[in-house]
Design a protein around this ligand. Structure first.
Ligand code: SP5
Ligand code: ZN
Length: 342
């Protein structure tokens, strides 16, 4: 399987994450990619290629212009305002002050465009987010041209990023940008299956009123898990999109036997939909030793996961999302791809 990867993903090295009332070293760190590419080379999985530059056009097909403008200058604006640390949002529009104006002050704008406070915005955030979508789009074009499969070793991840919001370590929604490009290149129906431990709130929201992109997500129940405010089973789409979003919220402690029952339900729905392309939002934070998650998948389960995904028989783009048990992330992610390829 072709892998798209760039060493430049290392350039995003954030110092701080607000977690448990402390500033900790971020879970979403450059070493994640090091372990994955090391395992991919060792497998070996196949050719490893550099991404091409796709510019901003495919990004603006999904995200609002004002949001992208904000991302492009946020760090400079934050610094110009004299803040000593990394940019961490600390105030938001809420139910009782809905935010009808976008503030001039960077502190106000930061909260306006943030959906969570754990993702520090830094000097390299925007460039790294652009690189990440280029990795996804390069892999996508290979899948479209060859009708086979590819792995986009994206970092930072994307599935929490919404039309005009960043958070959950995500800035640009890589799977959404890729799905839209596939549509623009003539693919009529695209399915996005999100197997990251966390609900893909950004992806759901982006396609919520559409039936040309089917979105499905298996994740920790938002009553108990990030992102808390979206990802419930009753969220099935709206208007023309009714019936084209499917959530499988699962309890803490979910093991692979329970998890696969729901994977098989998702596969049945995908089969019915007959997409021309399948995109897997591949998070391996479902792993039993993941430091911020509560599922119980084991390393060997990821081989079987790949095999089950392959049973759909579709051109498939794998896009890296979460996974924070850094030393095992390579084995787990590569196991999915191995299982798929065999
Ligand atoms: C792409 C992705 O996986 N993003 C995840 C972002 C989650 N960020 C907040 C996590 C808060 C978890 N708190 C639980 C701590 C358990 N010790
Ligand atoms: Zn996740």
């Amino acid at each position: 399987m072709l892998i798209i990867h760039s060493d430049r993903t290392r350039q995003r090295r954030t110092r701080t994450e607000l977690s448990g009332g402390e500033l900790v070293s971020p879970f979403e760190c450059p070493e994640r990619v090091d372990y994955i590419i090391q395992c991919a080379r060792k497998a070996p999985l196949g050719e490893i290629r550099e991404p091409s530059d796709y510019g901003l056009e495919p990004v603006l097909a999904i995200h609002d212009r004002d949001y992208i403008d904000f991302l492009s200058t946020a760090w400079q604006d934050w610094q110009a305002d004299g803040h000593p640390g990394e940019a961490i949002p600390n105030i938001w529009p809420t139910r009782r002050m809905p935010g009808r104006h976008i503030p001039r002050n960077i502190e106000g704008r930061l909260g306006y465009y943030a959906l969570a406070g754990e993702t520090s915005l830094t000097a390299d955030s925007f460039a790294s987010a652009l690189l990440s979508k280029d990795i996804a789009l390069t892999a996508l074009d290979h899948v479209l041209d060859s009708s086979t499969s590819a792995f986009a070793l994206c970092r930072p991840p994307g599935h929490h990023a919404a039309v005009d919001q960043f958070g959950g370590y995500c800035f640009i929604n890589n799977v959404a940008v890729a799905a839209q490009r596939a549509r623009d290149k003539g693919r009529e129906r695209v399915a996005i299956l999100d197997v990251d431990f966390h609900h893909g709130n950004g992806t759901q929201d982006i396609f919520y009123r559409r039936n040309d992109v089917l979105t499905l997500s298996l994740h920790g129940n938002p009553m108990d898990e990030f992102p808390y405010y979206l990802g419930f089973a009753e969220e099935t789409g709206e208007g023309p999109g009714e019936g084209f979003n499917i959530n499988y919220p699962l309890p803490s402690g979910t093991d692979y036997a329970i998890w696969t029952e729901h994977l098989e339900q998702a596969k049945a729905r995908i089969g019915e939909y007959q997409p021309e392309l399948l995109i897997i939002a591949l998070g391996v934070d479902t792993f039993e030793n993941d430091p911020i998650s509560s599922f119980k998948l084991k390393s060997e389960d990821y081989l079987d996961m790949g095999r089950r995904i392959a049973e759909l028989g579709l051109p498939t783009l794998f896009v890296m999302e979460g996974g924070y048990a850094v030393e095992e992330i390579g084995i787990n992610a590569v196991n999915v791809l191995k299982g798929f390829s065999h």
